[in-house]
Design a protein around this ligand. Structure first.
Ligand SMILES: C=C(O[C@H]1C=CC=C(C(=O)O)[C@@H]1O)C(=O)O
Length: 454
């Protein structure tokens, strides 16, 4: 049974969780061995072992965390959603007893989390604590069990069930069709003030002139049969191995953008802004992408995204450094301009990965530039509630470590056979509305393909 708590319930009476992590790749099949037909050797084989619903996932290439069963869920809404969830998580971790023979990133007590983009959203932000976690990192496989004090642990025996590809999906426009969205792009680009060709972007400027706004659109995909989420995740992981493929509370996707990673006080982030649409093959189109992404519109858009991260990350971390020049990140559907950043948490910092995500959200990749004025306009101009799209999605542990991606290239499951897809684009003063529509089409492509639509 799933129990969803408010953050105040948790802080008033934190449940005592018992946590145990052990390796399962050196255990002989027999009593206590969790797999009916041997240790899974790939992400696909692992997905086949899961129930068709009620699981969570954060996987990149062959490493990651897959949770199933539910020990508890915590929800929050409004502008304090980050602080409230973080406080509740700290209360839980303080009360927990943990045995962790694995001691790898993601072992021990952990939770998955997904946070709404806006404090105005009517969608819950959630922490989800699974009953079991299968982890794979550095060639090792482990299992964690997380149970509430007094509950009897029932060790699982996982049976394989083939993934069912989605074959009967159809799509329809969401809140705005593409031509109304193009009209909105045209209106918004008129509201923005260009910067000069040679202007440096100063991260610490107090200038509030509006330069960039990210606008999103949605699309509804419905299928005759239930959507086998395991199959969607398998497709995404296979086609986008360098992205973080996730499913948390039915928010499913594969994001190329790491908002924040925290590992033993080292903070990392991957900033993306500037997009080239791949026509056929990303490798042969790299020169064309380089040309487009180094031109004024995309290079300024990228500079805004870096400036915004530098400013917000400096408020919580020391030694913030960003790549001197962006690099190209080729994916099957698009090529992005990307910069990697790193920083260190001060020794006396008691912030966890969710706190750091809160400090940098929303970046210019999903809000705009400068942050405060852009965000107010997004809420006012967009007719849709983004829900958890473009918010932080990922996991964290009891030591403050964790990884949060920006929930992009994703959809929110609304029913067993219905999912709402989201995609957005950074609008600049010189944006061409039809090119921005085409860019969002390219950003829908990973989910559409995984749902059998393209
Ligand atoms: C808002 C999205 O992408 C962002 C991330 C990378 C590049 C972007 C761009 O070039 O506009 C967007 O800022 C999305 O995928 O929905």
């Amino acid at each position: 049974m799933t129990t969803t708590f408010s953050t105040s319930d948790i802080c008033t009476a934190p449940p005592r969780l018992h946590v145990s992590s052990r390796f399962v790749d050196d255990v002989e099949p027999g009593p206590g061995f969790p797999f009916e037909s041997g240790l899974p050797t790939s992400v696909e084989e692992t997905l086949e072992l899961l129930p068709t619903s009620a699981f969570s996932c954060w996987v990149r290439d062959t490493s990651g965390l897959i949770g199933f069963g539910r020990t508890l869920r915590i929800r929050a809404r409004g502008s304090d959603r980050f602080t409230e969830l973080s406080k509740a998580w700290k209360a839980i971790t303080d009360a927990a007893s943990i045995e962790d023979e694995v001691d790898l990133l993601g072992s021990g007590l952990m939770c998955f989390a997904t946070v709404a983009y806006s404090g105005e959203s009517e969608v819950d932000s959630l922490i989800h604590v699974p009953e079991f976690v299968l982890g794979r990192r550095g060639g090792r496989v482990w299992m964690t069990s997380i149970i509430t004090e007094g509950a009897t642990p029932v060790p699982p025996v996982l049976k394989s069930e083939p993934l069912r590809r989605v074959t009967s999906a159809t799509s329809s426009p969401g809140d705005l069709d593409s031509s109304s969205w193009a009209d909105l792009v045209a209106k918004v680009s008129q509201m923005l003030t260009p910067v000069g060709d040679s202007a440096e972007v100063d991260p610490f400027t107090e200038d509030s002139t509006l330069r960039k706004i990210v606008l999103a659109r949605d699309e509804l995909v419905t299928s005759d049969d239930d959507i086998d989420v395991r199959s969607v995740l398998g497709e995404l992981n296979r086609s986008y191995p360098s992205c973080w493929t996730f499913d948390v509370a039915g928010l499913i996707g594969s994001t190329p953008e790491l908002l924040i990673g925290v590992e033993n006080a080292r903070v990392t982030s991957r900033v993306l802004a500037g997009t080239y649409r791949v026509e056929n093959d990303p490798t042969s189109e790299m020169p064309a992408a380089r040309k487009l992404l180094s031109a004024h519109k995309d290079s300024t858009e990228h500079a805004f995204a870096i400036a915004s991260l530098q400013r917000s990350l400096s408020s919580v971390a020391d030694d913030v450094s960003v790549d001197e020049r962006p690099h190209l990140l080729p994916l099957a559907n698009v090529i992005h301009s990307a910069s990697d950043a790193s920083a260190h948490l001060p020794e006396d910092s008691c912030l966890n990965a969710l706190d750091i995500a809160a400090a940098v959200h929303p970046t210019a990749a999903v809000g705009g530039y400068p942050q405060a004025s852009a965000v107010a306009h997004v809420d006012e101009l967009e007719p849709l509630d983004r829900g958890r799209y473009s918010g932080p999605v990922g996991w964290m542990d009891d030591r403050g470590n964790g990884q949060f991606g920006i929930a992009l290239r994703c959809g929110q499951l609304e029913d067993r056979n219905r999912i709402r897809l989201f995609a957005g684009a950074g609008i600049m003063p010189d944006s061409d509305p039809l090119a921005e529509v085409a860019e969002t089409e390219a950003k829908f492509a990973p989910m559409r393909r995984a749902l059998g639509l393209e």
